[in-house]
Write a protein that binds this ligand. Structure first.
Ligand code: ADP
Length: 299
Protein backbone atom coordinates (compact mmCIF):
# COMPACT_ATOMS: atom_id res chain seq x y z
CA UNK A 1 0.00 0.00 0.00
CA UNK A 2 2.73 2.45 1.07
CA UNK A 3 6.10 2.49 -0.66
CA UNK A 4 8.91 4.51 0.88
CA UNK A 5 11.71 5.47 -1.52
CA UNK A 6 14.73 6.73 0.35
CA UNK A 7 17.80 6.38 2.47
CA UNK A 8 19.03 3.89 5.01
CA UNK A 9 21.90 4.87 7.30
CA UNK A 10 23.64 3.45 10.32
CA UNK A 11 23.79 6.17 12.97
CA UNK A 12 27.05 5.85 14.93
CA UNK A 13 26.70 7.89 18.09
CA UNK A 14 29.36 8.83 20.65
CA UNK A 15 28.69 11.01 23.68
CA UNK A 16 31.48 13.51 24.41
CA UNK A 17 32.15 16.14 27.07
CA UNK A 18 33.09 18.57 24.32
CA UNK A 19 33.00 18.22 20.54
CA UNK A 20 36.57 18.22 19.14
CA UNK A 21 38.05 21.24 17.35
CA UNK A 22 40.26 20.90 14.26
CA UNK A 23 43.31 18.73 14.97
CA UNK A 24 41.98 17.73 18.39
CA UNK A 25 41.21 14.26 19.75
CA UNK A 26 38.70 13.77 22.55
CA UNK A 27 37.62 10.61 24.34
CA UNK A 28 33.96 9.69 24.33
CA UNK A 29 31.42 7.14 25.52
CA UNK A 30 30.95 3.63 24.19
CA UNK A 31 29.76 3.61 20.59
CA UNK A 32 26.02 3.19 20.00
CA UNK A 33 24.88 1.99 16.56
CA UNK A 34 21.27 2.70 15.58
CA UNK A 35 19.36 2.02 12.36
CA UNK A 36 18.45 5.35 10.77
CA UNK A 37 18.19 7.34 7.58
CA UNK A 38 14.96 9.11 6.63
CA UNK A 39 13.68 6.41 4.27
CA UNK A 40 14.33 3.54 6.66
CA UNK A 41 12.83 5.57 9.52
CA UNK A 42 9.65 6.31 7.57
CA UNK A 43 9.18 2.67 6.57
CA UNK A 44 9.58 1.44 10.15
CA UNK A 45 7.26 4.16 11.47
CA UNK A 46 4.48 3.24 9.03
CA UNK A 47 4.85 -0.51 9.51
CA UNK A 48 4.79 -0.16 13.29
CA UNK A 49 1.45 1.67 12.97
CA UNK A 50 0.10 -1.28 10.99
CA UNK A 51 0.57 0.01 7.44
CA UNK A 52 1.44 -2.46 4.70
CA UNK A 53 4.80 -0.93 3.83
CA UNK A 54 7.65 -1.60 1.41
CA UNK A 55 11.04 0.13 1.20
CA UNK A 56 12.98 0.90 -1.97
CA UNK A 57 16.53 1.66 -0.87
CA UNK A 58 20.15 0.55 -1.18
CA UNK A 59 22.49 -0.65 1.57
CA UNK A 60 26.01 -2.08 1.47
CA UNK A 61 26.90 -5.76 1.73
CA UNK A 62 28.16 -5.18 5.27
CA UNK A 63 27.20 -5.36 8.94
CA UNK A 64 25.44 -1.97 8.88
CA UNK A 65 23.35 -3.09 5.93
CA UNK A 66 22.34 -6.24 7.79
CA UNK A 67 21.44 -4.20 10.89
CA UNK A 68 19.18 -2.00 8.76
CA UNK A 69 17.54 -4.93 7.00
CA UNK A 70 16.94 -6.69 10.33
CA UNK A 71 15.27 -3.58 11.76
CA UNK A 72 13.01 -3.29 8.69
CA UNK A 73 12.02 -6.95 8.86
CA UNK A 74 11.42 -6.82 12.61
CA UNK A 75 8.97 -3.98 12.02
CA UNK A 76 7.24 -5.97 9.26
CA UNK A 77 8.45 -3.95 6.26
CA UNK A 78 8.58 -5.69 2.85
CA UNK A 79 12.31 -5.49 2.01
CA UNK A 80 12.21 -7.06 -1.47
CA UNK A 81 12.98 -3.56 -2.81
CA UNK A 82 16.09 -3.10 -0.68
CA UNK A 83 19.12 -3.51 -2.95
CA UNK A 84 22.40 -4.69 -1.46
CA UNK A 85 25.92 -3.75 -2.56
CA UNK A 86 27.69 -1.23 -4.76
CA UNK A 87 29.11 0.83 -1.89
CA UNK A 88 29.29 0.70 1.91
CA UNK A 89 26.04 1.34 3.79
CA UNK A 90 25.40 5.03 4.42
CA UNK A 91 26.65 6.20 7.80
CA UNK A 92 26.04 9.19 10.03
CA UNK A 93 28.92 9.83 12.47
CA UNK A 94 27.35 11.71 15.36
CA UNK A 95 29.02 13.27 18.41
CA UNK A 96 26.68 14.60 21.10
CA UNK A 97 27.75 16.83 23.98
CA UNK A 98 26.03 16.97 27.42
CA UNK A 99 23.81 19.87 26.33
CA UNK A 100 22.49 17.72 23.46
CA UNK A 101 24.23 19.74 20.72
CA UNK A 102 25.66 17.48 18.06
CA UNK A 103 28.10 17.46 15.16
CA UNK A 104 27.27 15.08 12.32
CA UNK A 105 29.22 13.81 9.30
CA UNK A 106 27.17 11.83 6.79
CA UNK A 107 28.68 9.40 4.29
CA UNK A 108 25.84 8.71 1.84
CA UNK A 109 27.55 5.53 0.61
CA UNK A 110 25.03 3.16 -0.96
CA UNK A 111 22.25 5.78 -0.78
CA UNK A 112 24.02 7.81 -3.47
CA UNK A 113 24.03 4.67 -5.66
CA UNK A 114 20.24 4.23 -5.65
CA UNK A 115 19.76 5.14 -9.30
CA UNK A 116 16.84 5.88 -11.65
CA UNK A 117 17.66 2.49 -13.22
CA UNK A 118 17.07 0.84 -9.84
CA UNK A 119 13.66 2.51 -9.77
CA UNK A 120 12.86 1.32 -13.31
CA UNK A 121 13.80 -2.22 -12.28
CA UNK A 122 11.37 -1.87 -9.36
CA UNK A 123 8.65 -0.19 -11.47
CA UNK A 124 6.17 -2.94 -10.51
CA UNK A 125 6.60 -2.15 -6.81
CA UNK A 126 6.06 1.56 -7.47
CA UNK A 127 3.01 1.00 -9.67
CA UNK A 128 1.45 -1.34 -7.08
CA UNK A 129 1.57 1.31 -4.33
CA UNK A 130 -1.29 3.61 -3.41
CA UNK A 131 1.11 6.12 -1.88
CA UNK A 132 4.81 6.69 -2.54
CA UNK A 133 6.71 8.68 0.09
CA UNK A 134 10.19 10.07 -0.56
CA UNK A 135 12.86 12.33 0.95
CA UNK A 136 16.10 13.70 -0.51
CA UNK A 137 18.88 11.64 1.07
CA UNK A 138 18.99 9.74 -2.24
CA UNK A 139 19.63 11.37 -5.65
CA UNK A 140 16.97 13.81 -6.85
CA UNK A 141 16.76 12.08 -10.26
CA UNK A 142 15.99 8.79 -8.49
CA UNK A 143 13.04 10.39 -6.69
CA UNK A 144 11.90 12.03 -9.93
CA UNK A 145 11.98 8.65 -11.67
CA UNK A 146 9.74 7.12 -8.98
CA UNK A 147 7.11 9.78 -9.72
CA UNK A 148 7.08 8.73 -13.38
CA UNK A 149 6.04 5.18 -12.43
CA UNK A 150 3.14 6.07 -10.13
CA UNK A 151 -0.12 4.32 -10.98
CA UNK A 152 -2.96 6.65 -12.00
CA UNK A 153 -4.77 7.82 -8.89
CA UNK A 154 -1.92 7.10 -6.52
CA UNK A 155 -0.35 9.77 -4.46
CA UNK A 156 3.17 11.14 -4.04
CA UNK A 157 4.36 12.62 -0.75
CA UNK A 158 7.72 14.38 -0.47
CA UNK A 159 9.72 15.61 2.51
CA UNK A 160 12.50 17.53 0.74
CA UNK A 161 15.17 16.90 3.35
CA UNK A 162 17.98 17.85 3.12
CA UNK A 163 16.38 20.75 1.25
CA UNK A 164 17.42 21.98 -2.18
CA UNK A 165 15.66 23.67 -5.10
CA UNK A 166 13.17 21.25 -6.68
CA UNK A 167 12.49 20.73 -10.38
CA UNK A 168 8.99 21.81 -11.40
CA UNK A 169 7.97 18.26 -12.40
CA UNK A 170 8.69 17.04 -8.87
CA UNK A 171 7.03 20.01 -7.14
CA UNK A 172 3.83 19.54 -9.10
CA UNK A 173 3.65 15.85 -8.18
CA UNK A 174 3.70 16.51 -4.42
CA UNK A 175 0.43 15.93 -2.59
CA UNK A 176 1.58 17.08 -0.09
CA UNK A 177 5.01 18.64 0.07
CA UNK A 178 5.96 18.30 3.76
CA UNK A 179 8.46 20.81 5.15
CA UNK A 180 9.67 22.03 8.52
CA UNK A 181 10.61 25.68 9.02
CA UNK A 182 14.18 25.26 7.76
CA UNK A 183 13.14 23.32 4.65
CA UNK A 184 10.39 25.85 3.87
CA UNK A 185 12.90 28.70 4.00
CA UNK A 186 15.50 26.97 1.82
CA UNK A 187 12.94 26.00 -0.82
CA UNK A 188 11.35 29.43 -0.88
CA UNK A 189 14.66 31.30 -0.66
CA UNK A 190 14.98 35.07 -0.84
CA UNK A 191 12.20 37.42 0.15
CA UNK A 192 9.46 34.82 0.51
CA UNK A 193 11.30 33.10 3.38
CA UNK A 194 10.20 35.91 5.72
CA UNK A 195 6.79 36.14 7.37
CA UNK A 196 4.68 33.58 9.17
CA UNK A 197 4.24 29.82 8.61
CA UNK A 198 0.92 30.71 6.94
CA UNK A 199 2.84 32.93 4.50
CA UNK A 200 5.32 30.11 3.73
CA UNK A 201 2.49 27.63 3.20
CA UNK A 202 0.73 29.95 0.73
CA UNK A 203 3.99 30.78 -1.07
CA UNK A 204 4.94 27.10 -1.34
CA UNK A 205 1.48 26.18 -2.63
CA UNK A 206 1.88 28.82 -5.34
CA UNK A 207 5.00 26.99 -6.58
CA UNK A 208 2.91 24.07 -7.82
CA UNK A 209 2.38 21.27 -5.28
CA UNK A 210 -1.23 20.11 -4.89
CA UNK A 211 -0.94 20.52 -1.15
CA UNK A 212 1.57 21.61 1.50
CA UNK A 213 2.16 20.66 5.12
CA UNK A 214 4.42 22.79 7.32
CA UNK A 215 5.49 21.03 10.52
CA UNK A 216 6.12 23.27 13.51
CA UNK A 217 7.63 21.01 16.17
CA UNK A 218 5.84 21.43 19.50
CA UNK A 219 3.47 23.89 17.79
CA UNK A 220 1.95 21.15 15.61
CA UNK A 221 1.54 21.75 11.88
CA UNK A 222 -0.23 23.69 9.16
CA UNK A 223 -1.97 22.19 6.11
CA UNK A 224 -2.64 24.09 2.90
CA UNK A 225 -4.43 23.12 -0.30
CA UNK A 226 -6.88 24.59 -2.79
CA UNK A 227 -9.46 24.26 -0.01
CA UNK A 228 -7.56 26.68 2.18
CA UNK A 229 -5.31 26.74 5.23
CA UNK A 230 -5.80 24.96 8.53
CA UNK A 231 -3.82 24.65 11.75
CA UNK A 232 -3.23 21.17 13.12
CA UNK A 233 -2.92 21.25 16.91
CA UNK A 234 0.02 19.53 18.57
CA UNK A 235 -0.35 17.04 21.36
CA UNK A 236 1.19 18.13 24.67
CA UNK A 237 3.88 15.66 25.71
CA UNK A 238 7.15 15.66 27.66
CA UNK A 239 9.69 15.73 24.84
CA UNK A 240 12.70 13.48 25.50
CA UNK A 241 14.29 13.27 22.03
CA UNK A 242 12.91 14.77 18.83
CA UNK A 243 15.17 12.69 16.54
CA UNK A 244 13.13 11.17 13.76
CA UNK A 245 9.85 12.90 14.73
CA UNK A 246 9.57 14.46 11.28
CA UNK A 247 10.05 11.06 9.62
CA UNK A 248 7.34 9.49 11.80
CA UNK A 249 5.02 12.39 11.00
CA UNK A 250 5.56 12.05 7.23
CA UNK A 251 5.10 8.28 7.27
CA UNK A 252 1.91 8.44 9.31
CA UNK A 253 0.52 11.17 7.08
CA UNK A 254 1.28 9.22 3.90
CA UNK A 255 -0.31 6.08 5.30
CA UNK A 256 -3.52 7.81 6.42
CA UNK A 257 -3.84 9.60 3.06
CA UNK A 258 -3.51 6.25 1.31
CA UNK A 259 -6.27 4.89 3.55
CA UNK A 260 -8.58 7.65 2.34
CA UNK A 261 -8.28 10.28 5.09
CA UNK A 262 -8.40 13.92 4.02
CA UNK A 263 -5.32 16.09 4.53
CA UNK A 264 -6.42 17.68 7.82
CA UNK A 265 -7.44 14.31 9.34
CA UNK A 266 -4.23 12.65 8.21
CA UNK A 267 -2.12 15.51 9.59
CA UNK A 268 -3.93 15.42 12.94
CA UNK A 269 -3.16 11.71 13.22
CA UNK A 270 0.45 12.29 12.11
CA UNK A 271 0.85 14.97 14.79
CA UNK A 272 -0.11 12.39 17.41
CA UNK A 273 2.41 9.95 15.98
CA UNK A 274 5.11 12.67 15.96
CA UNK A 275 4.29 13.57 19.55
CA UNK A 276 4.49 9.93 20.63
CA UNK A 277 7.87 9.62 18.90
CA UNK A 278 9.40 12.49 20.90
CA UNK A 279 8.48 10.88 24.24
CA UNK A 280 11.16 8.19 23.76
CA UNK A 281 14.86 8.38 22.86
CA UNK A 282 16.10 7.43 19.39
CA UNK A 283 14.38 7.38 16.01
CA UNK A 284 13.13 3.94 14.94
CA UNK A 285 13.20 2.72 18.55
CA UNK A 286 10.83 5.53 19.54
CA UNK A 287 8.05 4.89 17.02
CA UNK A 288 4.63 4.03 18.43
CA UNK A 289 2.16 1.30 17.55
CA UNK A 290 -1.39 2.35 16.68
CA UNK A 291 -2.46 1.35 20.20
CA UNK A 292 0.18 3.63 21.72
CA UNK A 293 -1.09 6.49 19.56
CA UNK A 294 -4.64 5.85 20.80
CA UNK A 295 -3.49 5.85 24.42
CA UNK A 296 -1.60 9.11 23.87
CA UNK A 297 -4.71 10.79 22.57
CA UNK A 298 -6.84 9.72 25.53
CA UNK A 299 -4.36 10.35 28.31
P1 ADP B 1 11.41 17.81 11.88
O1 ADP B 1 11.90 16.72 12.81
O2 ADP B 1 11.37 17.42 10.46
O3 ADP B 1 12.04 19.16 12.12
P2 ADP B 1 9.19 18.69 13.52
O4 ADP B 1 10.15 18.97 14.62
O5 ADP B 1 8.33 19.81 13.03
O6 ADP B 1 9.87 18.01 12.25
O7 ADP B 1 8.25 17.50 14.06
C1 ADP B 1 7.31 16.86 13.25
C2 ADP B 1 6.00 16.73 13.97
O8 ADP B 1 6.16 15.96 15.17
C3 ADP B 1 5.41 18.06 14.43
O9 ADP B 1 4.63 18.63 13.40
C4 ADP B 1 4.58 17.66 15.62
O10 ADP B 1 3.32 17.18 15.20
C5 ADP B 1 5.38 16.51 16.22
N1 ADP B 1 6.28 17.04 17.27
C6 ADP B 1 7.59 17.35 17.17
N2 ADP B 1 8.10 17.82 18.32
C7 ADP B 1 7.06 17.81 19.21
C8 ADP B 1 6.92 18.17 20.59
N3 ADP B 1 7.95 18.66 21.30
N4 ADP B 1 5.69 18.02 21.17
C9 ADP B 1 4.65 17.54 20.47
N5 ADP B 1 4.73 17.18 19.16
C10 ADP B 1 5.90 17.32 18.54
Amino acid sequence: DLLVVGSANADLVIGVERRPAAGETVLGSDLAVHPGGKGANQAVAAARLGARTALLARVGDDAHGRLLLDAQRAAGVDTTGVLVGGAPTGVALITVDPSGDNSIVVSPGANARLTPEDVRAAAGLVAASRVVSAQLEVPLETVAEAVRHLAPGSRFVLNPSPPRPLPQELLEACDPLIVNEHEAKVILGGAEAGGTPEDWARALLARGPRSVVVTLGAEGALVASAEGLARVPSVKVDAVDTTGAGDAFAAALAWRLGAGADLAEAAAYAARVGAAAVTKPGAQESYPTAQEVERLCCA
